[in-house]
Write a protein that binds this ligand. Structure first.
Ligand SMILES: Cc1ncc(COP(=O)(O)O)c(C=O)c1O
Length: 559
């Protein structure tokens, strides 16, 4: 596509919305709230009134996301320039809609095969189901120090492509929920040698490549189709996301059609306007947009140095450093020689992953304590708490967090006493024993033990059952009730799942229907059940039982 003159200062959708807001006219079009008029008699819509005023639809001058010729087309072109894409598409249904559309475009016929990292977000599994595609799952690399799974290695991708030359593409997630990543360029090269696209779910990396302290973007590494949740790590409204493409390997016409299938025909203008604003902020301010947010992170790193109980996760051999240091986690990562055993070389400085080094508090418990002090983390697992910073964070936020951590440190003695006596501790200890047994089964028992760690792995650390799986057919056919039965969790190992179990967050299905339940997965389910984790998809909300296929029942294309 020919590059046109770019005026970064413009925000075409937002400017149009401003004009429409100031324009006096009578609405004879949807939405029915008529710029909020519907609520005036009932006392107004409170703080939502401004949103209602901005809530437009496809009328003269507002353009059409499904056939953009005006402000939306201009805004998307500006986004492509900002993020380094040939073409960018605005998404009003989050990265979820981008992942689904991308899979539907690349796997255009039922039975088409896609090579997929196993620990993907549920939207990828749903995309496979909608496409009627076959997936060859590949194993992500577990990081031996943290015990967390990152992305598959280039060797695994190459082996899968060699075994399945009919594959239509490869899909990986980078970075993971913890902000961990590795170099995607060798994966892109492997794909391109086979003439297929590399698709990257970069939901957590919309800011990548925009500051020297941040890891490079998937597009810069050569990925062909990239999905980013602009609402997660940048500043768009929730559900605002983008799909970026470059190169000849993705059929853009088909992609447009697929996007039109999965996105509303009445896309939200507040969301699209916020995408335009989020892009403008970045485009105009450049790396400077992150100065305050990074200063807030640096203040936390300095503060944590005085709180030895709480440690930060960072790539092996690298220390987190602030702007005054030689380099940050991100830039060190770019330049680092990858340690032999490290599964990740980049850490998003904005994803601050902490853990209690005394092992007294699990990640879940530390999150609970933090919330009691008014600091709300993004998520936790048995060991870690993920704290999300962004360009919107302030040093005041950090002061609040450090105060909370100081209080929790003082609580240590009490926590130690109650932890030793509580049923949760007992169950944690038995879980640890099981975990150790399971890890020895999966060959991961060489993981270094951390002091008092409640379990040696993350519950979200899903590995494929083989480095490269057999092709697994996906589809939309419901599983006949007579083919399934409910079994207690302790009896589910070696059975075949008949429901999807999705701990949330992070929304990575631990099981999909038709997947064999290994000892390892059964142990993880018990950890989740004991911890009272929230699981979507499970028929039993308490996860004491699980739906499995009856023995000897044929498994069809999975739900
Ligand atoms: C890796 C990953 N991909 C995709 C998504 C879906 O993103 P969205 O919430 O923008 O639809 C998520 C959401 O958490 C995610 O973690």
């Amino acid at each position: 596509m020919k590059k046109q003159h770019v005026n970064k200062e413009r925000a075409p959708i937002y400017e149009m919305m401003q004009e429409m807001k100031d324009k006096a006219y009578s609405s004879f079009h949807v939405p029915g709230h008529k710029k909020g008029q519907a609520y005036t008699e009932s006392g107004g819509a409170g703080f939502l009134q401004d949103v209602l005023q901005a809530d437009l639809t496809e009328i003269t001058g507002t353009d059409d996301l499904h056939h953009p010729e005006g402000v939306i087309r201009e805004a998307q072109a500006l986004a492509a320039d900002c993020f380094g894409a040939e073409e960018s598409f605005f998404l009003v249904g989050g990265s979820t809609s981008g992942n689904i559309a991308l899979i539907l475009a690349v796997c255009s016929k039922p039975g088409d095969l896609l090579i997929v990292q196993r620990n993907v977000h549920k939207s990828v599994i749903h995309g496979l189901m909608l496409a009627g595609a076959k997936a060859v799952f590949i194993q992500p690399e577990p990081d031996p120090v943290s015990g967390l799974a990152v992305a598959p290695s280039a060797e695994t991708v190459t082996a899968a492509l060699a075994a399945y030359p009919q594959a239509k593409g490869v899909l990986v997630t980078m970075p993971n929920y913890y902000g961990m990543g590795s170099d995607l360029a060798p994966l892109a090269e492997a794909c391109h040698q086979h003439g297929v696209p590399l698709l990257v779910d970069e939901a957590h990396g919309a800011h990548y490549g925009q500051h020297p302290r941040l890891p490079g973007s998937a597009l810069a590494s050569g990925a062909d189709g990239v999905v980013q949740s602009t609402h997660k790590m940048l500043a768009a409204l929730t559900m605002g996301a983008m799909l970026h493409v470059q190169g000849p390997r993705i059929d853009r016409g088909l992609l447009r059609q697929r996007l039109a299938m999965v996105q509303s025909s009445s896309p939200s203008y507040p969301i699209m306007g916020s995408l335009d604003l989020a892009r403008r902020l970045l485009h105009v301010q450049g790396a400077g947009a992150f100065t305050a947010g990074l200063a807030a992170v640096d203040a936390l790193v300095r503060g944590l140095a005085e709180l030895p109980r709480f440690k930060l996760l960072h790539p092996q051999g690298q220390q987190p450093q602030d702007a005054a240091g030689a380099a940050s986690a991100g830039s060190t990562a770019q330049a680092a020689i990858r340690p032999a055993a490290a599964a990740y070389t980049t850490q998003d400085p904005f994803k601050v992953v902490i853990y209690d080094d005394t092992g007294v508090l699990s990640g879940y418990e530390l999150q609970e304590r933090l919330e009691a002090y008014g600091c709300v983390p993004e998520m936790s697992d048995d060991r870690y708490v993920v704290l999300v910073y962004s360009l919107g964070s302030t040093e005041e936020d950090t002061r609040h967090l450090l105060d909370a951590l100081r209080h929790i440190t003082v609580e240590k003695a009490d926590a130690q006493r109650s932890a030793d006596a509580s049923p949760a501790a007992e169950s944690r200890h038995s879980v640890q024993a099981e975990a150790e047994k399971d890890l020895s089964l999966t060959g991961a028992s060489s993981l270094p033990k951390s002091k008092g760690s409640p379990a040696e792995f993350s519950t979200w650390n899903i590995l494929a059952q083989a480095t490269v799986s057999e092709p697994i057919p996906f589809g939309l056919q419901p599983i006949p009730a007579e083919d399934t039965e409910r079994v207690p969790l302790q009896d589910c190992a070696d059975r075949t799942a008949a429901e999807m179990i999705i701990p949330y967050p992070p929304g990575i299905p631990l099981l999909y229907p038709g997947e064999r339940i290994t000892e390892d997965t059964a142990a993880r389910l018990r950890v989740l059940s004991n911890a009272g984790a929230k699981c979507q998809g499970a028929a039993d909300p308490n996860l004491l039982t699980i739906m499995v296929y009856k023995k000897n029942r044929k498994q069809g294309s999975h739900l």
